[in-house]
Design a protein around this ligand. Structure first.
Ligand SMILES: C[C@H](CNC(=O)c1ccc(S(N)(=O)=O)cc1)Cn1ccc2ccccc21
Ligand SMILES: [Zn+2]
Length: 244
């Protein structure tokens, strides 16, 4: 005699941990057990920068634990895979996460995968604790990414010895929550770590982002005007903060 498990309707929606979200900072819960982020980075792991058509990724050699993220809200060691950006068609939008209703002109995502538990990025992407992504709102205009070489889709460019530290603020306080990839296939496999320190971006840098084309050299040039997903419902989640 099997017990019948009744589920009320909204539980049956299995997409309740989607990203990005609006972070209401007054509702975030200070968690004293959250550790400081431990970011170890080896500049020799940066490999190439590639235009994927809807954005561009700076890709790293993730065949061994050379550039890793640990501690913070994480229980494992996560290996650096790539970083990329989201931007908008004007300076008024562009970031994916929104803070107290404020949208920023761009957002950097630094993508790591749990190399302690899983064999590959692709395997890790199928598990709730598979990925960790650091979100940095706005960005320093210290990014001197030479994007001209990336003008058309499919182009890639060698990109070595890039010092990731240039992209990060020195204050690494963060909000954290469980969420998803913000592009197809939206897997709910991401421990999001959104840095609380936002640093200004130069509008010249934003213009360069928008100058990137999502077309090939044979098509009519179409710029990648925007690539940010709207905010999603929080459902039963709580956002924790590393700082009171
Ligand atoms: C997800 C993966 C492709 N997507 C990403 O790598 C990715 C990374 C970060 C973000 S964000 N913006 O949230 O930081 C979004 C997407 C391919 N892939 C791996 C396994 C796999 C299985 C089926 C289909 C595609 C699959
Ligand atoms: Zn992203």
């Amino acid at each position: 005699m099997g017990a019948t498990v009744s589920q009320d309707d909204n539980d049956s929606d299995c997409h309740t941990h989607q990203s990005p979200i609006n972070i209401w900072t007054k509702m975030a819960l200070y968690d004293p057990f959250l550790k400081p982020l431990k970011i170890q980075y080896d500049p020799t792991t940066s490999r190439k920068i590639v235009n994927l058509g809807h954005c561009f990724n700076v890709e790293f050699d993730d065949t061994s634990d050379m550039s890793v993220l640990s501690d913070g809200p994480l229980n494992s060691r996560y290996r650096l895979r790539q970083f990329h950006f989201h931007w908008g068609s004007s300076d008024k939008d562009g970031s994916e996460h929104v803070i107290d209703g404020n949208v920023y002109p761009a957002e950097l995502h630094i993508v790591y995968w749990n190399s302690q538990k899983y064999e590959s990025f692709e395997e890790a992407a199928k598990h709730p604790d598979g990925l960790a992504v650091i979100g940095v709102l706005k960005l320093t205009n210290r990014i001197t990414l030479n994007l001209v070489s990336l003008l058309i889709q499919g182009k890639e460019h060698s990109f070595t010895k890039y010092n990731l530290a240039r992209l990060l603020p020195n204050d690494l306080d963060y909000w954290t929550y469980h969420g998803s990839l913000t592009t197809e296939p939206y897997f709910e496999c991401v421990t999001w770590i959104v840095l609380q320190r936002a640093i200004p971006i130069s509008s010249a840098q934003l213009t360069r982002f928008r100058g990137l084309l999502c077309t090939s050299e044979y098509e009519k040039p179409v710029p990648i005007m925007e690539n940010h997903r709207p905010v999603q419902l929080l459902h039963d989640r709580v956002v924790r903060s590393s700082r009171l």
